[in-house]
Design a protein around this ligand. Sequence first.
Ligand SMILES: [Zn+2]
Length: 64
Amino acid sequence: MTQSKLPKKSICKWDKSTLADALPLLAEQVQSAEFICRKCGRVAAEKRLLCKAARMDSLSEKKA
Ligand SMILES: [Zn+2]
């Protein structure tokens, strides 16, 4: 059994092989994403995974 873990560095800095390894975990991050990277447009649930994270709800014009 391989147990993959999210790399410590931000998604923005992952190389292709890191991305391939951690893709299922990245998919989970994207599904519950609350942050978006202002620099590269990547999204994640955890702020630390983005180089210039911003809360997506702070960018939204919509008010529920
Ligand atoms: Zn970034």
